[in-house]
Each structure stands twice: as C-alpha cells, then as structure tokens.
Design a protein around this ligand. Sequence first.
Ligand SMILES: [Fe+2]
Length: 483
Amino acid sequence: MLKVRSWLDMPDAPQGNPYLEGPYMPTFDEVEINDLEVIGEIPEDLDGVYLRNGPNPKHKPLGRHHWFDGDGMIHAAIFKNGKVSYRNRWVRTTGLAMEDEAGKALWPGLMDPRATDLPIAWGAGHWLKDVSNTDVVPFNGKAITLFYQCGDAYFVDPLTLETEGKVDLEGLKLRQVSAHSKTDERTGEFLFFDYDVKPPYMTYGVLAPDGSLKHFTPIDLPGARLPHDMAITENYTILHDLPLFWDPELLQRGIHKVTFFPELPSRFGVLPRYGDGKDIKWFETDPCYIYHVVNAWEEGDEVVMVACRHMEPEPTFSSRDSELSRMLAWLRMNATLRRWRFNMKTGTAKEEVIDDYNSEFPMVNGWYTGRKTRYSYNVTFADTPTLWFNGIVKYDLETGASQKHFFPEGWVGSESPFAPRVGATDEDDGYVVSFVSNAEKPEAEIQVFDAKDIARGPIARALVPARIPAGFHSCWVPGNTIA
Ligand SMILES: [Fe+2]
C-alpha cells in the first residue's frame, strides 16, 4: 500500500501547480546530517552558518496555492573546522502552531478571496497568515525571520534552528515588521519598517542590539503602498514609495490588485537614522519598481543606492489568462543593476545604468552593509515558466564588469551570500555559498565558491541526501558572532 507521506500524496492534492512540483516541491522532513561527504575541500577558514528561508507549506492549502503562501522553513549549512553539516526546520510561527493544533490549514492564500472570519491575521491590512518565509537576517548572535507583507519578527537560533520567540511588538507598542528590514552588523542595530493600508502608511524604527526600542517614527505617504525593501547607510535610511501598489479603489472593497501607475514618480525618502518622519527628504526619479537593494552608502554630499530595477513592473495579460498563468507571470524576474545618487545639498537625484543583464537576489559582504561596496553577488535566471535560479553573477559595481557561473541543467540554486574568510583583509576576501538542488530528486549540494573567482566554479560540493526546495532570502552568520 502506498504510504501517505504528506498532503501532497493525498488523492485530493492540488494538481498542475508548478510551484508545488520539481524544485518547488515542499519537504516534510526536518533532518540533521553532520559531516557531509564533500567533493573538493571545505576551507578551514570558512567558519559560520549559511541560513536560507523559503516557503514550505505544511498543510494542504485551503484554496489556490501561491508560491509566497508556504510556511517559512530555514535550511542551514553549518561550517566549522573544514567540515559542513546540514539541517532544516520550519519557523514555528503563531499561525503554524494554530494550524498544527487544528490539523489543517486555517488561512486562505494570496490568490484566494479575503476571508472575514479569521481568528487573527497579519500582513498590510491583516488578511493573511504570517508565514515568516521571506527573509532571514543575523541579529546579535541569533537570526530573525521576516514576512514581506509585514508580520512578526521571529528569533531563530542559527545552529539549532529552534524558533525562540519573537520581538515583543505589543510591549514595544509597534505594529508589524516587514521583510528586508536591515541589521547594521557594525553597530548591532536592527533597522525596520512596515507598511499598512491605513495611516500611518509606513512606520520606521531602530532596535538596539539588546532588542530594546531605540527609535520609532511614522512616515507620511500619499496612500497605501507596497514597498519591498529599504536601504541604510552609516547615517541615513532610505525608504521607498514606488508606483506599484494595490489599486486604491479596489482596496476599499478589500480586493488586493497590484497595479503599476506609470504616471507617478518613484520617490525615495532619505531620513537620518534616528530622524523624525517629518525630516525625511524625498527624491523623485522615473517610475519603476525595485524588489531588492544591493547596498547604499554616503559619498560626499550624495547618498548612493545600488539596486536591481525591475524592467516590467506589471506583466501584461489577456483576458483568457488563468489565475495560474497570472501567478507565473508575476513571479518572473526581469531586473537590471542601477545606481541612484541622491544629492543631500541640491535635492536632485539621478539614476545610472551599471549593467543590463537580468539578475536579482543581490548579496554583499554583510560587514559592509551601509558602507561603500564594490562587489555584489546576484543570481541569474533560466528561461523557464517558473523562477529558476540557474547561476551566480559577481558584479564589480564600479566598472560594471561581471563574472558568471551557471549550474548544470536540471539543478536550481539559491540566493548566495558572501562568507568572509576568517582573518579577511578586503571586501571580497572569502567565499560565496549556495544550496544547489536537483529539480527531480531529493538530493542537493552545498556549493562553496572562491569569491574572487566565481567563474572557476565551486571549490567544494557537500552532498546533501535531502530535498532542499527552491526558496527566497538568505544570510551569512559569522561563527564568531554566534551566541
Ligand atoms: Fe525579497
């Protein structure tokens, strides 16, 4: 008799959704595999943990499944003394605990009609389950997981992957926290934002390294917005008001229809790190959308931000397109590297092209977040109907020069952070790490690259006899920072 391993094996499992198949198929096992077999050699001076978050739906979806709906699961590659171990754990969110208790899904997903009888809900406008599946950032020896539609901020132990509670939003009198809030690794501060469908449409704040609230201020926006990222420099924070957001008229009726408004400018708000929202300086540039910032820093009178500009913010559809084909179209990436310069003295802004190659999910050396960086490590995309990370590109942001490595056909990579060598002497003195998964079989590799020579291909490949589904964001937690 066929053993029923999960809801995916049940006769009523959803059919024909590519984001539940192949490299996106969730795993239902939480495993711990020490001292993995390695082809090549794990460097002795690679010490720390590569954490990657991503969606992994534990219970059968109530309705249609969107890739962004799955419960957050962290996958970890733990490097120590020339050896590497792998483990994975779901983030134990409040919503997942309630669904475990009920033995079934309780919240509809992004593509389903909004439910009115939810016991509790998160997201801008409180209509979703906070799955905490988007982002993972280091914080004070721990990691924090986050949700892009705003929710709680969960503390996760970077070695055991146990969920250890969450930021006490109620005690701190905060609303929610968005993914892509940032840790300044040099000061230990956590700089966060959230957005909502009611005023204040955005809030911004800073947590001290001990988790106490150091700063908080509302940000005045013309309406409900849908920012995905923010940027920080040593002294400033850059907040995004971009012309891709929920159609305001439909939103009044509880319908979340993401729409691009090309008649509106892009606005970037530059605020001193501990500044009051009233002191924000807005800069206007061409209408665009940005999912991910590479980094930002200060140069003389200018605040400089490098990001991946999305080249087609809203896909075009015909009336015959199904919900599924619409989801696939929205999930495609077409983004190129740009540099924005905001002159704090003259109030002018300009945008410069760095390169026109399609790449996204950028990572920099985390120690340089908010400080001038020369290098970015992005992923490249296969020409497939689903979002498929097929390689890594290292950019020299000053010259636009790049070097690339592509994974073998049938394998899909992950966002690939930079991991400094112990005793590193310059920005790219270290490694780049990635999970690279077989799209058809439950096997994966932890690949290690020399950051100075990505094109050489992996210098070490640790073999993981488990399924690591494709996912979202990642970070590197240096070994000497782990509590
Ligand atoms: Fe993101």
